[in-house]
Design a protein around this ligand. Structure first.
Ligand SMILES: NC(=O)c1ccc[n+]([C@@H]2O[C@H](COP(=O)([O-])OP(=O)(O)OC[C@H]3O[C@@H](n4cnc5c(N)ncnc54)[C@H](OP(=O)(O)O)[C@@H]3O)[C@@H](O)[C@H]2O)c1
Length: 327
């Protein structure tokens, strides 16, 4: 039985983590919930019990075995290290540790062995990266990836509660109090922050670097464009792959059908293909629209959809914790 902490418990991912822990009957002896001082004292239901939220910055983590963090970069940087010093293993959803050489970046279906190399912190990848890696891994094993081009169609919940607040204010005809973009989100498409001279957005850079790290393929040729759509949950990705070797389309169908964490939904003539609404509240990565790309040698196109708050965040983090306790 595990003593577990959830840091960022009032947020979109934190609340989803509590749902996932309940559903999976995670073996919990004691659970503690943390957020900022603003939320301290608030009570959140877990397994029919009301648990009081604590101020993470002013709490000790002593006595906890595992802390699941989803509290943004700043909390990851400072509070996660404090939790490790207090004897806790941290599984962190923020971006701060992901590319640190001493921190494994883990998707349990792809590189479970890396989880055991941790020195106190294990990073959960970016939501768009997780669903991509789950699909790329078995295909890379089969034919070798020569080049991959990805375009994302991401939900607003990927930007946390503030994003949803902006979208719903706009839909209600109100001036948003919270903003994640200077552009209108409703009925629009926007890009993520572009903050450096590379002209790539932070999300695009994360997807490129993190995919290479998880697949242990540092010179993988991968090009990414990330876009946010005015939908509330579920990220979709159009993925174009050029393989090293000649491929057999039936073998790709069979491989993905049998791949861990993947569900194939691909009868397009019957309108059977993955959609974000279908993927919502499910833990799998859904794949469809698999077809040959005749414009290159050994090329395919596919469509990959998953719930960003579940497999893209909470479920993946809980699966990492399950890996640790199974060992
Ligand atoms: N949303 C996604 O699909 C997704 C997917 C993968 C990873 N992530 C990552 O997960 C993290 C949380 O995302 P979210 O969507 O849940 O955001 P959110 O809805 O804005 O929630 C943020 C949570 O973090 C807490 N928090 C913020 N700063 C903190 C601090 N300094 N100390 C302690 N707690 C703090 C907030 O507490 P208060 O309520 O008290 O402010 C809240 O509980 C982010 O790092 C994000 O990049 C999100």
């Amino acid at each position: 039985m595990i003593n577990i902490g959830v840091v960022g418990a009032t947020g979109l991912v934190g609340r989803k983590m509590l749902e996932v822990l309940e559903e999976r009957n995670f073996p919990i002896r004691n659970i503690r919930l943390f957020a900022t001082a603003k939320s301290a004292g608030q009570k959140i239901k877990f397994n029919n019990e009301l648990i009081e939220v604590e101020d993470a910055a002013n709490s000790s983590f002593k006595g906890l075995d595992i802390a699941l963090f989803s509290a943004g970069k700043e909390a990851s940087k400072i509070i996660a290290q404090k939790a490790v010093a207090d004897g806790c293993i941290v599984i962190d959803n923020g971006s701060y540790w992901r590319m640190d050489q001493n921190v494994p970046l883990v998707v349990p279906e792809v590189n479970p062995e890396d989880a055991f190399k941790h020195k106190g912190i294990i990073a959960n990848p970016n939501c768009s990266t997780i669903q991509l890696a789950v699909v790329l891994k078995p295909l890379n094993d089969l034919y070798g990836l020569k080049r991959t081009i990805v375009s994302t169609y991401q939900s607003i919940s990927g930007a946390g509660q503030k994003g949803l607040n902006q979208l719903f204010s706009e839909l209600n005809g109100e001036v948003p109090a919270d903003r994640i973009s200077n552009h209108q989100l409703a009925f629009n498409t926007v890009f993520h922050n572009i903050s450096d001279d590379s002209l790539y957005s932070e999300e695009e850079i994360k997807m490129i670097n993190e995919t290479r790290k998880i697949l242990n393929y540092p010179d993988l040729k991968i090009s990414v464009t990330c876009v946010r759509l005015p939908i509330t949950g579920g990220h979709s990705e159009s993925v174009n792959i050029e393989f090293e070797k000649e491929f057999n389309l039936d073998e790709i169908f069979d491989t993905l059908k049998n791949a861990k964490g993947v569900v194939l939904l691909d009868e397009p003539q019957k309108e059977i293909y993955p959609t974000p609404i279908f993927a919502q509240n499910k833990d799998d990565v859904f794949v469809g629209r698999i077809r040959r790309d005749a414009s290159v040698e050994n090329g395919i196109n596919l469509w990959v959809v998953s719930d960003n708050l579940r497999k893209g965040a909470a479920t993946n983090a809980v699966q990492i914790a399950e890996l640790l306790i199974r060992k």
